[in-house]
Design a protein around this ligand. Structure first.
Ligand code: SF4
Length: 337
């Protein structure tokens, strides 16, 4: 099998080129072609000797995965479908003024089994490699215009932490995309051991899927509550500083009649009191065989206002790409789900 280069750091690329008998400086040239110039055809890497390029093409592959199709929403949101072993994954580009945010997938399906999520219903079919994660950034038409990324697509990123952190390294390192960590947010349901590692090792933002302040009710929708209770996740988060550049936010999908009354708002206020954070309320998009619908707009507005009045910053997230099944919770790796 050929060695895949995308996702490797310059020091790892150096090991590869030395093994092939190429000069050490070829590693830097390769990193520059892959991450800065975004060139994936060895024959066009013109500052590498012709023999070197031929050898690289024989022994290695860049690992770039091209999307097999894309769909554009009425609101400009664009969903790309990438073929991977075990199925397909989706990446969504969300335009908003000057911003172009990429919603990135980290796994094929997901193990976590949240009751309200189409990805969770697929079951788990594998982890994406660093090359497959980075391809979502590199192989789309909007690649040069991307301003931000959220690891909020298919899968639980902290359940594929090694590969996700390698991709984040390539995105933030000076030899890679050289993005500020402030441009990246990782969203998790709270995989506690990896969350600690993420908070220690990275400076990127954090979003936590909260959805219910009451443990027994949260457990009904999110099996993770049993292994890693929200209270433990919050005690960990409270140990880190979110008063400066790094931000923490909490995602709260509104299910009508389930988690949207005053009791929930007040419990949420108590739970988050004193923590510098933001709560994003998300409209729920109805999925088959699931009993709840989204809370009405008025209920969402009252919930938001109650939180804000008690010092918890809260906004209602605009829903994007609903008509192409690109909105939150709807990614399932098929264009006709
Ligand atoms: Fe997995 Fe996230 Fe869906 Fe839960 S909401 S099943 S963690 S993809």
């Amino acid at each position: 099998m050929k060695e895949i280069l995308l996702g490797k750091s310059p020091s790892e690329l150096k090991e590869t080129v030395l093994r092939l008998g190429l000069p050490a400086f070829t590693a830097k040239q390769l990193a520059n072609w892959l991450y800065v110039k975004r060139e994936f055809d060895f024959s066009r890497m013109t500052d590498i000797s012709k023999a070197g390029r031929e050898l690289l093409a024989e022994e290695c592959e860049t690992g770039i995965v091209l999307p097999q199709e894309s769909l554009t929403s009425r609101d400009g949101t664009r969903k790309y479908l990438f073929p991977v072993e075990g199925g397909a994954v989706e990446a969504v580009v969300i335009p908003d003024g000057d911003r172009r945010t990429l919603c990135v997938s980290s796994q094929v399906g997901c193990k976590m089994g949240c009751a309200f999520c189409m990805t969770g219903r697929q079951g788990f079919h594998g982890n994406l490699t660093p090359a497959q994660i980075l391809s979502q950034f590199l192989a789309i038409e909007e690649a040069p215009q991307l301003t931000n990324a959220v690891f909020m697509g298919m899968g639980e990123p902290l359940d594929n932490f090694d590969n996700v952190s390698r991709a984040i390294e390539a995105l933030t390192a000076s030899w890679g995309f050289a993005w500020s960590p402030k441009r990246i947010t990782l969203s998790t349901i709270g995989v506690l051991p990896r969350l600690r590692q993420y908070l220690d090792e990275s400076k990127c933002h954090l979003a936590v899927s909260l959805h219910n302040p009451f443990p027994e009710e949260r457990l009904q929708m999110m099996p993770v509550q049993k292994a890693w209770p929200l209270e433990d996740v919050l005690s960990l988060i409270r140990k880190y500083d979110f008063t400066g550049q790094r931000r923490v936010s909490f995602e709260y999908t509104m299910f009508g009649g389930f988690n949207d009354d005053k009791r929930h708002a007040d419990a949420l206020i108590r739970l988050l009191s004193g923590l510098e954070c933001r709560v994003n309320l998300i409209r729920f998009h109805k999925i088959p065989d699931f009993p709840y619908e989204s809370s009405p707009d008025k209920v969402m507005e009252e919930f938001r206002d109650r939180l804000n009045a008690h010092g918890v910053t809260c906004t209602i997230r605009a829903s994007r790409g609903e008509d192409i099944f690109a909105a939150c919770g709807l990614l399932a790796g098929k264009h006709n789900n």
